[in-house]
Design a protein around this ligand. Structure first.
Ligand code: GUN
Length: 303
């Protein structure tokens, strides 16, 4: 049987409409328009697309986006100065530094500088610590979006075996933390797999919920999936294929694919996210929610 598709795009639209209403109510009550500052350094093509998506999503939700597009040569001191300025600016509720940063900049040192109250990515050690202790301030956008999708699609996590492939600070590790937390969308038994895991397919085949976040195109194949499992694909990989055009000339065409081999896995899984249109739109949605919640908390703190 073919799996049901988890329509991340459709779900994101629904949640964004709810956020838009909440933003409008917040602005009516406080006179404040929530604002998100986004910093992009350099011209990584994928990052440019992601940042543009974030900017458009803010606009549609009634959130002010303040874009800082900086050249590749930007040095750490300039970036530090900008973050300090945004930290001090009371009209800025959220700060996001798009990753990856150019190699000459120490990424962790920069992220550590962001005011934890404005850290809408939840990358700051203080926020990671709070998540780990089960009393989160912000939740990281991708795992948060996935958790919301599981809840809204009625996927039971309680007592289920969730297998996360990938141990990144952005997705793998926080995803595992969220799934083990007590309560709705949590209470799962979680295994984290990575590049050193032995007999990976043996483990992934035990997963009721399988989350692929490794950054390798079509890595998860049908033989690695338990029949009926929920499969969440966090991957966004651009692959190039040579084709022959109508004039007989070779052409390179690119295609976006996930970490899951969608065509084969959808024949085994019970529920599966597509790429694109799965996890990506949900990530941006949670960023909007974090910005609104950041603004709410900051107002509360100022009172
Ligand atoms: N680059 C890829 N994913 C992310 C993300 O979630 N946040 C930031 N800031 N950069 C990213």
């Amino acid at each position: 049987m073919t799996a049901q598709i988890l329509d991340g795009k459709g779900l994101a639209e629904k949640i964004r409409a709810e956020i838009k209403d909440d933003v409008a109510a917040f602005t009516r009550q406080t006179g404040i328009t929530p604002a998100l500052a986004v910093i992009l350094v350099g011209d990584n093509p994928a990052s440019q697309v992601y940042v543009r998506n974030k900017e458009l999503a803010c606009e549609k939700a009634g959130i002010r986006s303040i874009m800082h597009r900086l050249p590749e040569e930007t040095d750490s001191e300039e970036l530090v100065a900008l973050i300090k300025e945004l930290n001090a600016d009371k009209s800025v509720n959220g700060i996001l530094v798009q990753l990856p940063l150019p190699k000459h900049i120490d990424e962790k040192a920069i992220l550590d500088l962001i005011d934890p109250q404005k850290d809408v990515d939840a990358f700051h050690p203080e926020n990671v610590g709070l998540i780990s202790q089960g009393r989160p301030r912000f939740l990281p956008c991708t795992p948060y979006g996935i958790q919301q999708a599981l809840i809204r699609y009625g996927v039971e996590t309680r007592g289920k075996h969730a297998v996360v492939i990938g141990r990144s600070d952005i997705v793998g590790k926080p995803m595992a933390l969220l799934l083990t937390q007590k309560g709705e969308g949590g209470d799962a038994t979680v295994t984290i797999c990575h590049s050193r895991t032995q007999d990976l397919p043996e483990i992934t085949r035990q997963a009721d919920i399988l989350i692929a976040a490794i950054g390798q195109a079509q890595f998860v194949t049908a033989d690695m999936v338990k029949p009926g499992a929920t499969v969440i694909d966090v991957g966004m990989n651009r692959v190039f294929k040579e084709t022959i055009d109508e004039n007989g000339k070779p052409q390179k065409v690119s295609k976006l694919v996930g970490d899951v081999d969608f065509d084969s896995v959808k024949e085994v899984a019970g529920l599966i996210t597509p790429v694109p249109g799965g996890v990506g739109p949900l990530t941006v949605t949670m960023l909007l929610l974090n910005t609104l919640n950041g603004a709410r908390r900051q107002i509360g703190a100022q009172k």
